[in-house]
Design a protein around this ligand. Structure first.
Ligand code: NDP
Ligand code: N5H
Length: 257
């Protein structure tokens, strides 16, 4: 569908490497004809992104640095986007962070700082970037974030991140109401387990992926490309009647009791 996003400018936040969900999304958006603007936090991610784009012959419209922990960084990034690109038609938020040592053991042991950090980077960041992006989305468009089933259910080890994702999903609904009047839609994709840099080294990942193969209706794990295509749908006009929604891309696992 090379015409679906032809001439549309879409911001992608959260490519760390080839395994990132945001990289799967990048490929889907590129194949649909979008002009892509990227944001990264770490220099290492920037270097990886530049190599990946070259290898895949994707010409970025712009790459800007953005640390979602800082209002100044967000405002500088979107200021530069406004100046160099003008209008944007979509935004993909694929960013989360929690301290590794709080992604195991008991949720009851979560520290105040750890709780606030997970909320700040994984949930408030969507609010902050929506606020900045709506100023540049003057023709309407789609904002899409990434969530996980641990927002809805208690999933071992997900702990503080589960509570942050619950906050993220509620933010999707409140933001959808606020920006709907400007023709902007806000939705989330709830992906099944995918082996990425974030997932590396966290306890219980293999076990979770194994259960999907055994119990999900489709009996297989999802990948970045499947999440990419679902995100493309939610960014594009194909989903023009959908907002405030959480779409599960998890081989149907969430329907199983
Ligand atoms: P990656 O590690 O590839 O991506 C995580 C991204 O978060 C990195 O690009 C990182 O940027 C970015 N990030 C962290 N802190 C900040 C910050 N302060 N400012 C800006 N960017 C920041 O992992 P995934 O692709 O797995 O994760 C993407 C999203 O998908 C997350 O929201 C995650 O919770 C969600 N998700 C993942 C699942 C999985 O199984 N992998 C399942 C369901 C949802 P940098 O590298 O520059 O620090
Ligand atoms: C039930 C599970 C397994 C246990 C929980 C995993 C939660 C992972 C999410 C967060 C985002 C991981 C995280 O913040 C890791 C960091 O502490 C350390 N890593 C880094 O700093 C790397 C270098 C950078 C790139 O990472 C980030 N985030 O910046 C859930 C799994 C089955 C599914 C899953 C993995 C969900 C998810 O939300 O990612």
């Amino acid at each position: 569908m090379p015409e679906l996003l032809q001439g549309k400018n879409i911001v992608v936040m959260g490519v760390a490497n080839e395994r990132s969900i945001a990289w799967g999304i990048t490929k889907s958006l590129h194949n649909a004809g979008a002009n892509l603007i990227f944001t990264n936090r770490q220099e290492r991610s920037y270097q990886k992104l530049v190599k990946l784009l070259e290898k895949n012959e994707i010409e970025p419209k712009l790459i800007v640095s953005c640390d979602v922990a800082s209002d100044e960084s967000i405002s500088e990034a979107f200021g530069e986007i406004k100046e160099k690109v003008g209008v944007i038609h979509g935004l993909v938020h694929s960013v989360a962070f929690a301290n590794r040592d709080e992604l195991k053991g008991e949720y009851a042991d979560t520290s105040r700082e750890g709780f606030l950090l997970a909320q700040e980077i994984s949930a408030y960041s969507l609010v902050a970037v929506t606020k900045a992006a709506k100023e540049v989305m003057t023709e309407g468009g789609g904002i899409v974030t990434q969530t996980y089933l641990g927002a809805e259910r208690v999933i071992k080890n997900y702990n503080v991140m589960g509570v942050a994702k619950a906050s993220l999903e509620a933010s999707v609904r409140y933001l959808a109401e606020d920006v709907g009047k400007y023709g902007i839609r806000v939705n989330a994709v709830s992906a099944g387990p995918i082996r990425t840099l974030s997932a590396k080294g966290v306890s219980g990942f293999n076990e979770k992926a194994g259960v999907i193969e055994e119990k999900a209706p489709l009996r297989r794990n999802v990948d970045q490309d499947q999440v990419g295509d679902a995100t493309l749908f939610l960014v594009s006009e194909l989903s023009r009647g959908i907002t405030g929604e959480v779409l599960h891309v998890d081989s149907g696992y969430h329907i199983i009791g």
